[in-house]
Design a protein around this ligand. Structure first.
Ligand SMILES: *Cc1c(COP(=O)(O)O)cnc(C)c1O
Length: 374
């Protein structure tokens, strides 16, 4: 039998280069660290599982679904529950995505006319510029001021200069954890030439929102997600805004983007709504305890947070990240993410025992890295 011909790597590279876009080949994709066997404090997940009765209800419900059928393309039952739990103002519409990451992609695709841009601040969520570029939308980046505050005048000036189709701002911001000034955001919305989307992924921990302001502006929409609230595995994000805007974004959404199991599971858990709210309250209390403990450690400088994570600055952050990893604790290193984040690490707020383990590992690692040679 004839053996298949060996493929030369150079030939394969040349074939790929003829097919795959140059900018995509040059891209470093979004990488997720392997967390197996670790205490996982890197991805802002809710550390608490669901109670037994909610879990067994989920099992029964999943078993009753017709998996041979496509899901409800409009997810009507789930949207009814979401409207109620999120207090969506009457007259505003919801569009669901496979995580809010998908919503960002739909927004970017809708706006990607030749020469159009998306404006964001940096440091912020790494997916904003990544998705913009993938969709062929220029990304206009405005640096945050000292203390990671919004540099409102710089944003207004950049809007006047670049006329971005889309302004995307996270409220609270990730990875810095702070809430931008509400009045400053209103000025930005009022002066923006295009659509402004405020990403409220961390709303359960900040409890500040533009939801009640949607009616006041013709060009404002919000994003929410169930990921940080406690259902990251379901992949469910949403855009909330005027039906006139959402009707166009909805044409880009692939049919059935939210699967049957996610639809019924999300509705079921939200109908037991109090449980996730109680967990968010416990996370907020742990956040205060963790911030207090971090501030007491020599050389550790936590930033104020309204989210379910804490950004902190520390000398030799990369060595500390590695030392924590050796002790079985996975957090997020922001080395290389942005110059303003030099020596910054981000820890998600975990369950009390996880936070204790993190603090113990940190306390043990700090003297170790101080005496090591950088
Ligand atoms: C985590 C995060 C998201 C992504 O949420 P998914 O719904 O899980 O895709 C969106 N925006 C910000 C600012 C985030 O931190």
């Amino acid at each position: 039998m004839k053996m298949p011909e060996r493929v030369s790597p150079a030939d394969l590279d040349a074939r790929i280069a003829r097919v795959v876009r140059d900018d995509i080949r040059a891209l470093a994709g979004y990488r997720v660290a392997d967390a197996s066997g670790m205490i996982k404090l890197d991805a802002m997940e809710n550390p608490f599982g669901l109670p037994g009765d909610v879990r067994s209800g989920l099992g029964t419900l999943a078993a009753a679904q017709a998996l041979n059928r496509y899901p409800d393309p409009e997810a009507r039952a789930l949207k009814r529950v979401l409207r109620k739990t999120m207090q969506v103002p009457p007259g505003m519409e919801l569009l669901l995505g496979n995580g809010s990451d998908e919503i960002i992609q739909l927004l970017a695709l809708a706006c990607a006319r030749p020469g159009a841009s998306m404006l964001g601040v940096e440091p912020s969520f790494a997916m904003f510029p990544l998705i913009a570029r993938i969709c062929g939308l220029a990304f206009v980046s405005v640096p945050l001021a000292g203390g990671f505050d919004l540099d409102t005048e710089a944003v207004l000036a950049a809007m006047a200069r670049h006329r971005p189709a889309l302004v995307l701002l996270a409220y609270p911001n990730n990875p810095t954890g702070n809430l931008f000034d509400h009045a400053a955001l209103e000025r930005i919305v009022a002066q923006a030439p295009g659509l402004v989307v405020i990403d409220e992924a961390y709303h359960p921990f900040a409890r500040a929102s533009f939801m009640s302001r949607l009616h006041d502006f013709p060009n404002l929409a919000l994003m929410r997600t169930l990921s940080k609230l406690g259902l990251a595995g379901l992949r469910l994000g949403m855009l909330i805004g005027r039906p006139e805007w959402l009707a166009h974004i909805d044409k880009l959404r692939l049919p059935y983007n939210v699967n049957v199991l996610s639809q019924c599971a999300a509705a079921h858990v939200l109908e037991h709504g109090a449980i996730l709210e109680q967990q968010a309250a416990a996370i907020r209390a742990e956040r205060a305890r963790l911030a207090g403990a971090l501030a007491k450690l020599p050389g550790v400088h936590p930033y104020p947070s309204e989210a379910n994570f804490i950004l902190f600055r520390v000398a030799r952050a990369s060595a500390l990240y590695d030392a924590l990893k050796r002790r079985g604790i996975l957090i997020k290193s922001l080395a290389g993410a942005h110059p303003a984040l030099a020596d910054c690490l981000r820890v998600s707020v975990g369950a009390p025992a996880e936070n204790d383990a993190f603090l113990a590992a940190l306390t043990a690692s700090l003297p170790e890295i101080a005496t090591s040679h950088a």
